[in-house]
Design a protein around this ligand. Sequence first.
Ligand SMILES: [Zn+2]
Length: 122
Amino acid sequence: MNEFVYLDDSQERWREIHANHKKEARQRALSLIAAGTRTETGCIVTGTNAIRKVRFNGQQFAAYRFIYCALNDATPSFHYVIRHRCHNRTCINPDHLEIGSREDNKHDDWAYLANGVNFDLL
Ligand SMILES: [Zn+2]
């Protein structure tokens, strides 16, 4: 029996990047990080209140998602979000980013609201 694997747009564009533009994507991610400002909580921010966008390979990405995928060879589907362990959505520090389902992300926010602190980061 053939297994049918559905790739959504998000996966397809990362497959293509990892296959053909891996080096450039990595360099782009590292230069974005290098251009950021480190805060006293260890976050790296880009100096905009809005989420930083990146254009790469003719497409637009949220910078933190771009950085996570480029540095971790990740190919997440639309149903996976890149989570901020620091709860700072403008942060692009790869150490503060992890992948999770949309469900996980909600639970994270609830835990954060309930406890006010993310113990993983202490
Ligand atoms: Zn952070």
